[in-house]
Design a binder for this molecule. Structure first.
Ligand SMILES: CC(C)(COP(=O)(O)OP(=O)(O)OC[C@H]1O[C@@H](n2cnc3c(N)ncnc32)[C@H](O)[C@@H]1OP(=O)(O)O)[C@@H](O)C(=O)NCCC(=O)NCCS
Length: 180
């Protein structure tokens, strides 16, 4: 049976391991994003452990203020925030078994619970991410979960050789703003 655990200081090394195995972009283990992931809280980033194989999947997210808020809460004065998915990785032999879907569903459920609770000081406007235009499986995956392409950014990933690999889509999933 798989175990699902929030990312904290004590297990963030497992997220670094899974990212280094799976992702086409190599991040150093001292990359500041890992600090952002841990400080955003274990409710937004998760690891999946197999009882025999250890870590098999992980998702790292950052909670950030919305620079151009689409929504202002005039009743409860909650700040408008966004969730940025920095990394999402499932080991190849465990793909297409809905592990990625369950990781995202956990995140969406967390955002819905936060948005419905007016005592939380922020409300989450949307979840968003960058993806290489060449990463067709990931684009299909996110679109199946309701994400839409918001814009294209040419040459976002400069280290790659072809235009499709260099260019990025920004994919966005708007959240239900239940205190509206
Ligand atoms: C993208 C990724 C996280 C998907 O995880 P996963 O656990 O395999 O995805 P799921 O099993 O939940 O797939 C859900 C749906 O996504 C789509 N999908 C997933 N993998 C796909 C593929 N290789 N080709 C086309 N569609 C795919 C399908 O619609 C699928 O539904 P279906 O199984 O009913 O057809 C995984 O492929 C991965 O880790 N890729 C490498 C790293 C990466 O690209 N990360 C994203 C960077 S932004």
């Amino acid at each position: 049976m798989l175990q699902w655990v929030g990312v904290t200081n004590s297990n963030v090394d497992d997220l670094k391991t899974i990212n280094s195995i799976v992702l086409p972009i190599q991040y150093s283990s001292t990359h500041p994003m890992y600090k952002h992931i841990v400080s955003s809280g274990p409710q937004f980033s998760y690891l999946v452990y197999h009882p025999l194989e250890g870590v098999i999947a992980g998702m790292g997210c950052r909670l950030e203020p919305a620079k151009e808020p689409l929504y202002v809460d005039k009743i409860y004065h909650r700040q408008t925030a966004r969730i940025y998915i920095i990394t999402l990785a499932v080991l190849s032999m465990y793909r297409q078994q809905k592990i990625g879907t369950q990781l995202l569903q956990r995140l969406i459920e967390t955002c819905n619970i936060i948005n419905a609770n007016n005592s939380v000081e922020y409300i989450i406007q949307d979840i968003y991410l960058h993806v290489q235009c060449s990463n067709h499986p990931a684009i299909s995956f996110y679109q199946k979960l309701g994400f839409q392409i918001e814009k294209n950014i040419p040459q976002y990933y400069k280290k790659f050789s072809t235009a499709e690999e260099q260019n990025a889509h920004i994919l966005v999933l708007p959240m239900k703003l239940t205190s509206e």
